[in-house]
Structure formats: C-alpha cells, structure tokens
Ligand binder design. Structure first.
Ligand code: SF4
Length: 695
C-alpha cells in the first residue's frame, strides 16, 4: 500500500470533482480536499466523500467466477475465466457470424478503456454490435448539438462562466442532488445579480433556489421552448443581425414557433402565459444568457427536437458562440463526455469520427494497422442491442454497466439477458447483471488505476492510481489484452493506460474531438486540458486547449449554426383511462445510477435506503393513500411497488420514482423504451401509469 497523498478525481458523476486520497495503514483511504482544482474547489458530495468505502467493501469481487455445471457461480482462476470468455465469444462468432457477438460498455469507463473496447469489438471480434449505457444518458443533446453547431461538447464553455452571465435556464436538471458542488455556480450567479429559471415538473432542491420555477407537464418542454420563442418573436426580441450573420434556417424555425401561441402552449404544458412572458423577460433582459439541459428534455422519444427547440431560443436571441452565452448539456456519468468520443458508441470511431465516413475509417484503420474495409459499419443502439439479445445477438461482453436495473423496460431486458447463449461481465461487485453471467471478472476501480476522463466541460483529466488493488483483480485493459491474445490478436492491446492514450491521441488527431496535443505529462501538471487540442507542428508551441468553443464560427461547413424547424408532438405514451397518471424518473442525492456502487455504502443507504413514489396530496387523497403506504405503479410494461412520499412539490398529474434499485421497486420495470428517431434515446422521462394502494 502506498501512503502518499495522491490528487485524483471522483469515480461518479460528470463533474469529476478533484480530491486527494491518502491510504492509511489500516487499509482505509482518507479523502481530502483538493482546493486547487477549479471545478469543485474542494467541495464534495456524500457520494464522492464515501467513494473509498467501495474499494474495501465486503461485496467486492476478488476472484473470477464461472458458472458451474450445477448452475452456480463459483470461483475460478484468471486463465480459466479468460479461456471461457474467449471460447464463448469465438464459438458464437464461428457458428452465427461476428454480429452475433455483442459488446456493451459504460459512460463511467475511462477514455482509454472506451477506446480499447471499441477497437476490441471492431478489430478482434469484427462485430458492429457495440454500444454503451451513455446512449441512455445524453445522446439527444449530443445529436441536437451536432445538428446545430456541427460539434457536440457538453458545455462549450467552462463552468466558471456561469456566475458571470445574466440568466440561466436549467431545463430538466437537478444539480442540487445530482452534482451538489456545482450548485455554487448558480448561487454565485444570483449573488452577482443574475437570474435562474428552472424548468422541472417537480419542485426540486434546485427549483427551490430559482427566481422562477416553471413546472410543465412531463414531455411538454418542447412546446414550452416553442412558446418562449413565439414570444421572443412577438415581442421583437430577435437579434436580427446575429441571426443574419451567424445562423441558417431561421425562417422555417420561426414559422414553426409562430404556430405555438402562448395560450396553446399553456394548454399543453400547464405553464401559464404570464409565467411564459416572465421567463422570456428574464432571459432576454441581460446581455448574456445560457440554456443548460439535462436528462429531462433529453430522455424523451422527441429528445433531439426538444433540445433543438431550446437551442433555437439561444440562437434567435444571439446567445450562442458569444462570451458568457450559449447552450450546454450537463452530462451525467463520470466519463459521459469522453465515453462518447472514442469509439464505444455504435456509430463512432475515436476522435468523435463517424464510422460511415470513408476518410475517418481510413485514418483510424491506419492507426490500428488494419484494412479499412475490415471495419464493420454502425450497429444497433443500446436499447435495440439489448432487445436483440438471445435472438440476433447470442453472446455479450459487458463492461461497466448494469442494464438489469438501468435499462428501460427492465424486466424485458433482464429476460433477454437471461436468454443469451453466453454472457461475460466485468465489474467490481456482483451487480444484478453480473449475477446472470456465465463468467464474471473482478476488475480494478478508479483509485486503483490510472486513466483519463473528460468532464462535462470537455476538460480532459488524469485520474491517478492512489492505492494498490486487492489480490485477484485485474484492470479492464488487462482483460481486453488477455482476450485479444486468446482470440488471435497478439498486438495492439497494451495494458498500460498511458500507452493506450498515446494511441488514442493519434487516432483522434484531426477529428472533431482532437486529443493529439494532450499527454499524461501535461495532464499531470495542471487542472486538465479542454479539447480540441491538436498537436503543434514540429516548431510550434503547445496548443493551449479550447475552453470556449464557437466564438468565431460554429463547427459547421459554412461556420453558421443551424436552427431546428421543430413542432410539438405528444409523448409516445399519453395518459388514458387505463393508465391515467404520468410517471417520471430520476436520481436522488445519496445514490448514483443503478446503485451498484453506492448501495454498498452504509452512510448512503441510511440517507436513501430504497425506492419511493412521490405524489401530490390531491392524487394521494384520490387514491386513499397515506404517507408510507405501499403504492403499486403499473405501466404497460410491468408493476413496481414502493412506499408513498407525499409532497406538494410535484404536479398532481405526475408521480416520480428514483431508479437506483432492483427488485420490486425497480422504476425501470415501468419505463417506456420508445426511441428518439435520431439519437435512439429511450423515453425514460415520461410514460403512462396506473397508481393504486398495494394492500
Ligand atoms: Fe463525485 Fe459528482 Fe459528487 Fe463531485 S458531485 S463528489 S464528481 S458524485
């Protein structure tokens, strides 16, 4: 065990808070403030503070497990486990073709792992069937951002710009619970005289801090944005010169918005016309303003259009690509940004290149030393891949994800996973998905390994190894190396993260997410580097990185941003007589995603011990439900039961459930896998349910 102080980053959310880790003689690890790291300036939430407890959790896997003839998972040696996985994947490939083998990754994997996993799928397995759980997280914002600006980077500016702008509209985002240290940026905004508008069907802890809280019916924020744009036009607040000089497509977008009268929008959303007018006034009054979205508008079957409508609002008022103004997405998972840039997504190659682009294929194939024609084309998106398990896709290698809890229509996904011919899972604990595997590999965690992540600002960071991993576990890169070797590819899968990063740099060079000017030495000396950061010419100074994008031009062919001509449409599933209530899902302060890690921490479990159904007193009275009563929430996909939590902070037509838990209270048993046509993001945020007291 090392005993020095190691500056590193939290394993959980996309803020990637800086922290110092100090291992103690008794095996515990102390978390200390890292005040010099600008993103969180030493502040951590409870999840980050307690993260080291997962390192020493009794639930930690320290030996590979293989399924015995009797059907039990039993300990095995690494060679046996890797042989079984290689055998299972090779057998399926030989019998049914390469696309019968699937790979599922995660938005928490480091850049190096995401890169190596994408390369492994395409070069070693030759399969197109790779995607990852980040598809569930922010893909609609990525799609809308790419359409509008030619490039997707969560925030095109650093967080430090937020307190200096004039107004922020936070749409479907609850940073007070999901990334608490970021709340200070909004507090400082208000202290500086700026205003905060929160759009959320619930009066969240974030909404409580707002100058204006708009609570639209779930699934109607597209209409809300259009109604605001209508008023912007009607009140003469369009920045005509900016629209003329820096955008394209305004006339179509304007015509679409003009069809959304405020009174019509009020009827759709439940947000009154005076509230709409006030929101427009607050947003347009200052010289600079921002719109930030998160999972609320994004996790819808019309998520791309919804985000596009919010971007329209920024463009029409001249609030994008200008100092202290712009649209941004608050990415969720720890490496949600980097995880979508380096090749584990079904349609992408490293450097945010498109798999369908011949020049991109040529470049990356050159780095990989393979024939570009040997690279498969795009595969299925995450839910479509999970839905194809046991039918078209018969074997799966899964890394850094727990879809039995986190995927929509989870009972169906669980059934699909059970029907696989072969499943291998790499994880740190026996997650609900790992428990179904034929082989489970115990892997190292954040503090036990070095690697890079890219936070929600596009800031590439170095996570450093601070403690020695327990005996019996190996890194994901070692796993891929061992499997590639067994599958006949002896070279190209190094186990040292820095070596992988050096290759990633070359693969990303010249791409939209260009990391070629970043190296471990540079990352180790500072507080991260913003991409794009191209390598300098032989004589030139190092590129400084790009904290602020689009100030001169957007990343489109002609440098202009594109409006989206979008119109309101209903959610995939609207309430009816049989299912009269809307369900929306989300996170709570003390748990993270599927809870595979945070449910192992006593302090977090004490704060958030299990699922609940949040509902308004009027709905509770109609159901005859009292606080704590078990409520059955039933959708067309299944039934979940959890205790009632009654609050006036939610709309009477809506119930809320957090999605961190498996079993009877699994919220994703209920959710609708209807997909956005562009981003293929499922509609986690809204479906129709029936609620009854479960007596
Ligand atoms: Fe970790 Fe996110 Fe909490 Fe920061 S806000 S400590 S990154 S979970």
């Amino acid at each position: 065990m090392q005993n020095t102080v190691t500056p590193t980053h939290c394993p959980y959310c996309a803020l990637q808070c800086g922290m110092n880790l100090t291992p103690a003689a008794d095996g515990t690890v102390e978390v200390g403030e890292r005040a010099d790291f600008p993103v969180n300036r030493g502040a951590l939430c409870g999840k980050g503070r307690t993260a080291p407890q997962v390192l020493a959790s009794g639930a930690r896997l320290t030996s590979p497990l293989v399924r015995s003839d009797g059907g039990e998972l039993v300990p095995a040696g690494w060679d046996e486990a890797l042989d079984r996985i290689a055998g299972g994947l090779a057998r399926t490939r030989a019998e049914r073709g390469a696309d019968a083998v699937g790979v599922f990754g995660g938005g928490g994997l480091t850049n190096e792992k995401a890169y190596a996993l994408g390369k492994f799928a395409r070069v070693v397995l030759g399969t197109s069937q790779i995607d990852y759980n980040g598809r569930f997280c922010m893909s609609s914002a990525a799609a809308a951002g790419t359409k509008a600006f030619g490039l997707d980077r969560g925030l095109p500016f650093p967080l430090e710009d937020i307190p200096r702008t004039g107004c922020v509209i936070l749409v479907g985002s609850n940073p007070a619970e999901t990334m608490p240290p970021s709340l200070r940026y909004f507090t400082e905004l208000r202290e500086n005289g700026g205003t905060l508008i929160v759009v959320d069907p619930r009066r969240t802890r974030t909404a409580e801090q707002a100058d204006l809280h708009l609570a639209p019916r779930p699934g109607t924020d597209l209409a809300l944005a259009l109604g605001m744009l209508h008023l912007v036009v009607a009140e003469g607040r369009v920045d005509e010169r900016y629209v003329e000089e820096r955008t394209a497509g305004w006339e179509e977008a304007r015509a679409a918005a003009m069809a959304h009268w405020p009174e019509y929008v009020e009827r759709i959303t439940g947000v009154s016309v005076p509230e709409l007018r006030e929101a427009v006034r607050l947003f347009c009054a200052p010289e600079a303003a921002m719109v930030l979205t998160a999972r609320g508008p994004e996790q819808q079957a019309k998520g791309t259009d919804t985000v596009g409508a919010w971007i329209n609002l920024c463009l029409a008022t001249g609030r994008a690509g200008r100092p202290l103004s712009g649209y941004g997405c608050l990415t969720g998972q720890g490496n949600g940004q980097g995880g979508r840039e380096h090749g584990q997504k079904a349609d992408q190659l490293p450097g945010y290149r498109r798999l369908t682009d011949p020049a991109a294929r040529l470049h990356v194939a050159g780095v990989w030393g393979v024939d570009p024609d040997s690279l498969p084309g795009p595969g299925r998106s995450a839910y479509e891949l999970l839905d194809a398990l046991g039918t078209d896709v018969r074997a799966l290698l899964l890394m850094g994800s727990n879809p039995v809890v986190s995927a929509p229509r989870a009972a169906h996904v669980e059934e699909r996973i059970r029907s696989l011919d072969f499943l291998a899972v790499c994880d740190v604990v026996l997650s609900e998905t790992a428990a179904l595997a034929d082989v489970v590999l115990p892997v190292t965690q954040w503090a036990e390994e070095t690697g890079t992540t890219t936070n929600l600002e596009g800031r590439v960071l170095l996570r450093r190894r601070a403690v020695t991993p327990p005996d019996g576990v190996r890194g994901d890169l070692e796993v891929l190396h061992g499997l590639a070797d067994r599958l006949g590819v002896e070279k190209g899968f190094p186990t040292e993260p820095e070596e992988v990063f050096e290759e990633l740099r070359r693969a990303s060079a010249g791409g939209p997410a260009d990391y070629s000017g970043i190296d471990y030495r540079r990352l180790g000396e500072g507080n991260g580097v913003f991409w794009p950061c191209p390598a300098p010419g032989s004589e030139g100074p190092p590129h400084p990185g790009t904290p602020r994008l689009f100030l001169d031009r957007f990343a489109t062919g002609d440098g202009r941003a594109r409006f989206a001509a979008v119109a309101h449409r209903p959610s995939a599933e609207e309430p009816d007589e049989a299912y009269p209530v809307l369900l929306t899902t989300g996170r709570v302060l003390a748990q993270y995603q599927s809870g595979a890690q945070t449910r192992r921490v006593a302090e977090l479990n004490a704060a958030a011990p299990g699922p609940f159904v949040e509902l308004h007193p009027r709905l509770a009275a109609r159901l005859g439900a009292a606080e704590g009563d078990p409520l059955a929430v039933v959708s067309r996909r299944g039934r979940a039961v959890a205790p009632a939590r009654i609050t006036t902070g939610i709309r009477p037509d809506t119930v809320f459930m957090p999605f961190h838990w498996p079993g009877e209270g699994r919220a994703n048993t209920l959710t609708n896998p209807a997909l956005d046509p562009t981003s293929r993001m499922p509609e986690f945020k809204v479906c129709a349910v029936r609620v009854e007291v479960a007596r």
